[in-house]
Design a protein around this ligand. Structure first.
Ligand code: PEP
Ligand code: MG
Length: 621
C-alpha cells in the first residue's frame, strides 16, 4: 500500500481497479532490433492487425439492430482498411529495411501517409486521412497493450519500476497512516454494501475527446500523468461527477493494470492497493459523501436567494446534449453555457447544419428554459479527434501547432472559416424558433470581431428569411469575456451585446500567462489574484452600467470557495457544472450580501496572496 499525490478534481471518492492505457501518439516506443528478429517483428505486427480486426468485428456484431447507419458504415470502413494488405506491407518493409520495432515502423508509415494526404489539399481526402490514422492508432494500441503485458514479467524495465514504487511507498508511509486515521476519525456512517468498484483509467494524458469517450463508458475515475485541474479534460471529469487526479507524473509507470485504487478527488490522493482497514475507511467516507450529496437534494426546489433577499440565477454548463437531464434534476434556471465543440469530436467528418439543428433543437425543447449556445470554441486543447480543423495546407504543421491557446482559436477560427461557422449560426437561429436560445461567442478580443460577427449574423438572417426558413431573428447575442482585453474594455463590448459571460478559466490563463493544461505552472493559477478580481469587477460593473446581464461560466462560478466573493463583486448569475449547483445554492442561501461589500472591496486593494487567502477564508467563515 502506498499513496501518490497530485491535483484532485471533482471532489468525491472512487474505488476501483486500474486499467493503464497509453496513447500511442505520445509514447510510441522506438528501438532497433537485431536483423534475425525482423521476421518475428513482422509476425508481431500482423498478429496485432488481426487482433484489431477481431476487436472491431466484435464491436460490429454487438451493435443493436437499430444502430445508426453511419456507425455501421464507419466500422465497415475501418474493417476494410484493416483487411487491406497495403496497410501492413509498407510498415513490414520499413521493419525489414530499417531493423526497427513494429510500433516505430507504423508511426513512420503514418507520418508519410499524413504528409501525402496534406499535399493533396483536398478537404474530403483530408477527412479520410482521419480514418487511416485511427486504424493505425488502433493497431498501435494492440502492440502497446501486448508490451504492457510483457512489462509485468521480470525484465529490466520492470525492476526499475518496482524500485520506484518501493521508494514512493517509503516516502508516503506516514501519509497513508494519516489518511486512514483522518478518514476513520471523521466517519460515523456504517459500511454500505452497494457495488462500489469500477474501472479507473490511468493514462499519460487524456484529451477532451478521450474524456467524452470515457464518459460514455461510465468509468469510475481517471488518473493522468499530465494536465491541470482547469483543463477541459478536468472540467469534463467534474461534469461527469467522477473524481480524477491530474498531473500525477509517473502514474503510468507506478501503477499497473489490476491494481486496486482509491481516488480521493478532494485531497488529490491516490491510494494504491490499500489494506482492508484503509479500504473500509474509504468506503465509509465515500458513503458519507454520497449521503451528503443526497441531502442536498432537499434544496432542489428551494429559492436561490440570499439572506438579504438578493435573487441569484443559477444555470448549468453542459457539453453533451444528454446532460440536459442533469440540468433539469438540479432545477437550474437554464443552460448558461452549452459547449458545442464536443459535437464535433470523435467522428470522421463535421456535423452539417441539419444535424446541428436537430441536436440543438432537441436540447432546447428538453431544457424548457433558456439555453445559451456557445459557438464553436475549437483548438487550443480541444482538437477534433485525429487532427485540427484549422489545418491550413499553406502553413507548416509546426506553425499550426505553436501556442494554440494564443492562436486561431474559437471566434478567430470561425471568422476565418465561414464554411464551419455559417452552418452553425443557421442551425442556432433555427433552433431558437423552438424555444429560448441565446447565442454566445467565445474569445472576443476586439471590436472588429464584433463588427464582422454582426455583419455575418445579418447575412445569415437574410438568407434564412429569403429561404422562408423558420427561425428567430431576435435571438440575443452575447459574448464571453475571457481575454483580458475584453475585460479591460468591457464597457465597449457591453454596449454592443445583449449579455456578457465571464469565462474565468481562460481569463485567468491569459491574465496570469499560465497555460491551463500545464501542471508545472499550475501553482500560479490563482482566481484570487487582485488583477483577476479587478477584471471580474470591471466586467460586472460595465454590464450593469449598460443595463445588460452579466453571468460567469468559468469553473470559479461552481466553486463554493468563491461564491461569496463573487456575490460581493456584484455577480448575480452563475453557470456551472450541474454537480455543483446545489452546493452553490446552499452557500448563497447562507450569505448576507450587505456584509460582503467592505471585505470584498478590501480584497481588491490587497496584493499579498497569503493575505488574500486569509481574507477569503474569513469571508467564508
Ligand atoms: C472559460 O474559459 O472560463 C470557459 C467557460 O470556457 P472554456 O472552459 O470552454 O474555455
Ligand atoms: Mg474559455
Amino acid at each position: 500500500m502506498f499513496t501518490l499525490h497530485a491535483s484532485g478534481v471533482g471532489g468525491g471518492i472512487a474505488i476501483g481497479v486500474a486499467r493503464v492505457i497509453r496513447r500511442a501518439a505520445r509514447e510510441t516506443p522506438a528501438f532497433s532490433i537485431a536483423r534475425d528478429r525482423v521476421d518475428a517483428e513482422i509476425k508481431r505486427l500482423r498478429a496485432a492487425v488481426a487482433r484489431a480486426h477481431a476487436a472491431l468485428t466484435g464491436i460490429r456484431e454487438a451493435l443493436p439492430a437499430d444502430a445508426p447507419e453511419e456507425i455501421v458504415s464507419f466500422l465497415g470502413i475501418h474493417l476494410m482498411l484493416l483487411e487491406d494488405p497495403a496497410l501492413t506491407e509498407q510498415p513490414a518493409r520499413i521493419i525489414a529495411a530499417q531493423c526497427i520495432n513494429a510500433e516505430a515502423a507504423l508511426a513512420r508509415h503514418a507520418e508519410s501517409l499524413d504528409g501525402f494526404f496534406k499535399a493533396l489539399h483536398d478537404p474530403y481526402l483530408s477527412g479520410k486521412s482521419v480514418d487511416v490514422a485511427q486504424v493505425i492508432h488502433r493497431i498501435q494500441g494492440e502492440l502497446l497493450e501486448e508490451s504492457d503485458g510483457d512489462a509485468d514479467g521480470v525484465d529490466s524495465a520492470g525492476d526499475e519500476t518496482n524500485d520506484t514504487v518501493v521508494a514512493a511507498a517509503a516516502i508516503n508511509a506516514d501519509t497513508v497512516a494519516e489518511e486512514s486515521a483522518a478518514v476513520a476519525a471523521n466517519d460515523t456512517v456504517a459500511n454500505d454494501t452497494e457495488d462500489w468498484r469500477g474501472e479507473i483509467i490511468v493514462a499519460d494524458d487524456l484529451s477532451p475527446a478521450d474524456a467524452i469517450d470515457l464518459k460514455r463508458r461510465r468509468i469510475a475515475a481517471f488518473v493522468t500523468d499530465l494536465g491541470g485541474p482547469i483543463s477541459h479534460t478536468a472540467i469534463l471529469a467534474r461534469s461527469m461527477r467522477i473524481p480524477a487526479i491530474v498531473g500525477l507524473h509517473g502514474a503510468t509507470r507506478y501503477l499497473r493494470t489490476g491494481d486496486v485504487l482509491v481516488i480521493d478527488g478532494k485531497r488529490g490522493v491516490v491510494l494504491v492497493n490499500p489494506d482492508a482497514a484503509a479500504l473500509a475507511a474509504y468506503q465509509r467516507r465515500r458513503t458519507k459523501i454520497l449521503r451528503r450529496i443526497q441531502a442536498l437534494d432537499s434544496l432542489r426546489d428551494a429559492e436561490s436567494v440570499t439572506l438579504d433577499g438578493e435573487a441569484v440565477a443559477l444555470l448549468v454548463n453542459i457539453e453533451l446534449p444528454e446532460e440536459i437531464a442533469a440540468a433539469a434534476s438540479g432545477n437550474a434556471h437554464g443552460v448558461g453555457l452549452y459547449r458545442t465543440e464536443f459535437l464535433f469530436m470523435n467522428r470522421a467528418g463535421l456535423p452539417d447544419e441539419e444535424e446541428q439543428f436537430e441536436v440543438y433543437a432537441d436540447v432546447v425543447k428538453r431544457a424548457r428554459r433558456v439555453v445559451t449556445i456557445r459557438t464553436l470554441d475549437l483548438c487550443a486543447d480541444k482538437q477534433v479527434d485525429g487532427g485540427r480543423v484549422d489545418r491550413d495546407p499553406n502553413r507548416g504543421a509546426d506553425a499550426a501547432a505553436t501556442n494554440p491557446a494564443l492562436g486561431r482559436r474559437a471566434i478567430r477560427l470561425c471568422l476565418h472559416d465561414l464554411s464551419l461557422f455559417k452552418p452553425q449560426l443557421r442551425a442556432i437561429y433555427r433552433a431558437a424558433a423552438v424555444g429560448q436560445v441565446r447565442i454566445m461567442v467565445p474569445m472576443l478580443s476586439n471590436i472588429e470581431e464584433l463588427n464582422q460577427l454582426f455583419e455575418l449574423l445579418a447575412q445569415v438572417k437574410r438568407e434564412l428569411r429569403d429561404e422562408g426558413a423558420r427561425f428567430n431573428p431576435d435571438t440575443p447575442v452575447g459574448g464571453m469575456v475571457e481575454v483580458p482585453a475584453a475585460a479591460v474594455a468591457a464597457d465597449m463590448f457591453a454596449h454592443r451585446l445583449d449579455f456578457l459571460s465571464i469565462g474565468t478559466n481562460d481569463l485567468i490563463q491569459y491574465t496570469l500567462a499560465i497555460d491551463r493544461i500545464d501542471d508545472e505552472v499550475n501553482y500560479l493559477y490563482d482566481p484570487l489574484h487582485p488583477s483577476v478580481l479587478r477584471l471580474i469587477k470591471n466586467t460586472i460593473d460595465a454590464g450593469r452600467a449598460a443595463g445588460i446581464p452579466v453571468s460567469m461560466c468559468g469553473e470559479m462560478a461552481g466553486d463554493t470557495a468563491y461564491t461569496r466573493i463573487l456575490l460581493g463583486l456584484g455577480l448575480r448569475e452563475f453557470s456551472m457544472d450541474p454537480a455543483s449547483l446545489l452546493e452553490v445554492k446552499r452557500q448563497i442561501r447562507l450569505t448576507d450580501t450587505a456584509k460582503l461589500t467592505a471585505p470584498v472591496a478590501a480584497m481588491l486593494q490587497t496584493a499579498e496572496p497569503e493575505r488574500l487567502k486569509q481574507m477569503a477564508e474569513e469571508i467564508n467563515r
